[in-house]
Write a protein that binds this ligand. Structure first.
Ligand code: 4AD
Ligand code: MG
Length: 431
């Protein structure tokens, strides 16, 4: 018989189906077993009555431990009281494997205990919901850019140079060529792509040897980076707000069930619509001072500063025109005030902080070379990047959205470690 998935049972009411999955829970009332089966797409209660099944099946139910795998055949019945809304009247059952004592039980476990068992923890309903939201976010990212005529241009992971400062580089020996670095961002390559294809994005894992043990930092995270030829900072912000609205509204539409499992208050997410508020760095500093902070002009906004600023708004806020000194070498300076960079950070509400960082790029050859020298970056590995300013340079802009920070915010999580199947942090490399 054809395999059916629990999420499609509405199409099979009254029919005989075969389901395959794992035991989530069970209870018995003497002559009846109630088996809660999960198959990765949902949960269903399977009702096994002793008189309705072949010999041996009823006693097999006795053997089923949590996470034992089995297959059941039966008729689908609608039952509004049942978890998931359906029940299966079982006609037959066969076991794939009896699970050894499963370590993750319905009782509370410590976070390190669960993190050590991440490969199993993924089966729990909250983690299942988070992975489903993550996938929907990633699909929205791809759909958005593909639908707007962007071309995906993959950037390399092994690179000869830094793009986001030299303090967070992972290094690895590279044959006879010295050392390679794991990419911190695909942006520089996306810029080359934009000069070839106009509107591009790269999307892949990026790496930062971050020493920070915060709820927002991973050492390996996924970033999507659009880059558009002839865009300026304002165009960049227009793109960022349209993109964010699309992501959040797509998740709200298609992941209602999962957000409910996560007990996410979605009222604030409903607000994520254009236009997003835009404030300059100077205005952000004013907000901080008004709220009693001793923040000094010229510093980068820290986590707490970001929270104070974003609390003033009911949706993500874009902070632009940061002091150039705290931003990356490739950002274009404001022609009106060279102390400022044409940079933008998008801060998520509810204390989730920066989810997008972007800028208009320095497109002048001499200025860019000067910046590279100022930052004491080695020039040779940037020769190809300087070529983009030698051969038909144009204004251009782009940004990077961190997938895991976005998942954390949309799901309303306390810590970024739950947003990626297998998190990598300063103190965690396994499983
Ligand atoms: O602000 P960042 O460092 O910007 C760049 O890398 C630019 N090259 C992007 C571009 O303009 N194409 O990083 C962009 C985003 C941040 O806003 C944040 O969401 C995420 O990447 N991010 C991290 N996420 C998890 N863990 C970390 N350690 C992160 N560092 C940055
Ligand atoms: Mg940033």
């Amino acid at each position: 018989m054809k395999r059916t998935y629990i999420e499609n049972l509405a199409e099979h009411i009254g029919e005989d189906v075969t389901l395959h999955g794992w035991l989530y829970n069970k209870r018995s009332s003497g002559k009846i077993w109630f088996l809660l089966l999960r198959d990765g797409t949902g949960l269903i209660q399977c009702v096994v009555a002793k008189n309705n099944v072949p010999e041996g099946v009823f006693s097999d139910c006795d053997k089923l431990t949590q996470e034992s795998s089995f297959r059941v055949k039966g008729k689908v019945r609608k039952d509004d009281r049942a978890p998931g809304g359906y029940e299966l009247d079982v006609a037959d059952l066969s076991i794939y494997s009896i699970s050894k004592e499963y370590p993750i039980t319905p009782k509370e476990h410590g976070i390190e205990f669960l993190a050590d068992r991440r490969h199993l923890w993924l089966r729990s309903s909250r983690q299942h919901a988070i992975m489903r939201v993550r996938h929907r976010i990633i699909k929205a990212i791809r759909d958005y850019f593909d639908g707007q005529g962007f071309t995906l241009v993959d950037s390399p992971i092994l690179t000869p140079n830094a793009s986001e400062g030299t303090s967070t580089l992972f290094e690895t020996p590279y044959f006879d060529l010295g050392n390679a670095y794991l990419t911190q961002s695909g942006q520089l390559y996306a810029e080359a792509g934009a000069m070839a294809l106009g509107k591009v994005y790269c999307f892949g894992p990026t790496f930062r040897a971050e020493k920070s043990k915060t709820r927002r930092h991973l050492t390996e995270f996924w970033m999507v980076e659009p880059e558009v030829a002839f865009n300026d900072l304002n165009d960049d912000m227009d793109l960022a707000e349209d993109f964010l609205e699309y992501i959040v509204q797509s998740v709200l539409k298609d992941r209602e069930k999962e957000l409910k499992v996560l007990e996410r208050n979605t009222a604030l997410l409903q607000n994520v619509k254009k236009p997003l508020p835009r404030v300059t760095y100077d205005e952000a500093v004013e907000i901080l001072h008004k709220k009693g902070s001793a923040f000094e002009w010229g510093n980068d906004l820290g986590g707490t500063d970001e929270t104070i600023v974003s609390e003033q708004f009911d949706r993500p806020v874009m902070v632009h025109h940061y002091p150039a000194a705290v931003k990356a070498f490739y950002m274009k300076r404001d022609p009106q005030n060279p102390k400022l960079a044409l940079a933008v950070d998008v801060l998520a509400p509810e204390g989730y902080g920066e989810i997008i960082g972007g800028s208009q790029r320095e497109d002048d050859f001499d200025t860019l070379l000067e910046r590279i020298k100022e930052e004491k970056l080695p020039e040779a590995p940037f020769e190809w990047y300087l070529d983009l300013r030698r051969f038909g340079t144009v204004p251009h802009a782009g940004f990077g959205l961190g997938v895991e920070r976005t998942v954390s915010w949309i799901c309303g999580l306390e810590h970024i470690r739950e947003t990626i199947p297998f998190p990598r942090m300063i103190y965690r490399l396994t499983p």
